[in-house]
Design a protein. Structure first.
Length: 283
């Protein structure tokens, strides 16, 4: 299997060859940046951790060159930063016992500006070789351009699969913008209470980001706790940590379903919910 970028990096913590790692994949996350996987798809990592019958695979589309840097990382060139971030991602794969992590090393600008063909082709190659039950993607209402571009390329690649080989569950996850705004009926709760030490350790692998002045580690754990606590006002917390997801499976099952009206329907339902509650108590 060959990828478009010569710098693409394939790392299986147990040294298994790529075809084997893809074959054993049951949970797959396709993300834009190093550390996105650990923020958005911990649910899948934890589901596979320590299990012989499951495998978690992470795909990172971009090369990590453009990230802000400070402290010990302030003087690093883009090339050095790419190397640091790639190793941080490999370390997370070791800690989380992933089946494999594939870093496709596309420059972020190319992901956002080109036709998307090289990214789509790389993702289609990976998808052809694996049959995940669950796929975690960025959600289409995310506010980061690269996340949305990667989501669209992922969807296109998934739609290239024969219909009977498409995953049964595809989830859009929280990243730059959480999903607390989804009306409750549209929320897909992912219980991420399992092994909190593992969750913290995974987020801590990305020191170049955290010491750059962005406490993604604390913010991510905080968001999971906030989701669990603020979910239901009249019920005690059933989970210690929750991630919200959006069910994107209909988009993957139906090639003709356009993304924009699909996502705008969720926003319309939020609008209706707010208006209805106000009307209920208006004089
Ligand atoms: Zn990201």
């Amino acid at each position: 299997m060959s990828f478009s970028q010569s710098a693409a990096d394939i790392f299986a913590p147990d040294g298994a060859p790529l075809p084997v790692t893809l074959k054993r994949t049951t949970h797959l996350c396709i993300a834009a940046h190093q550390d996105d996987i650990e923020i958005m798809a911990y649910h899948g990592i934890a589901a596979c951790y320590g299990r012989d019958d499951r495998g978690f695979t992470g795909v990172v589309v971009t090369d990590g060159a453009g990230s802000p840097r400070a402290g010990a990382f302030a003087a690093l060139s883009d090339e050095q930063m790419k190397a640091v971030r790639a190793e941080e991602q490999r370390q997370a794969a070791r800690v989380g016992q992933y089946s494999v992590v594939i870093q496709l090393a596309h420059p972020s600008a190319v992901v956002k500006t080109s036709s998307g063909e090289p990214v789509r082709r790389d993702l289609a190659e990976i998808l052809r070789e694996c049959s995940p039950q669950v796929v975690y993607l960025h959600n289409p209402a995310d506010k980061h351009d690269t996340h949305v571009a990667v989501f669209l390329r992922s969807l296109e690649a998934l739609r290239q699969l024969p219909r009977d080989r498409r995953p049964k569950k595809v989830l859009g996850c929280e990243g730059w913008r959480d999903l607390d705004w989804l009306p409750d009926d549209d929320k897909r709760p992912l219980d991420v209470s399992a092994q909190p030490d593992l969750a913290v350790e995974l987020l801590g692998c990305f020191q170049s980001q955290i010491t750059g002045g962005k406490r993604y580690d604390l913010a991510t754990m905080g968001r999971r706790l906030a989701n669990a606590t603020f979910h239901a006002s009249h019920a005690i917390d059933r989970h210690a940590a929750l991630t919200w997801a959006m069910d994107l499976t209909p988009l993957v099952q139906d090639d003709r379903l356009p993304v924009e009206p699909f996502i705008l329907r969720f926003i319309d339902r939020l609008r209706d919910d707010v208006a209805a509650r106000l009307r209920k108590f208006s004089a």
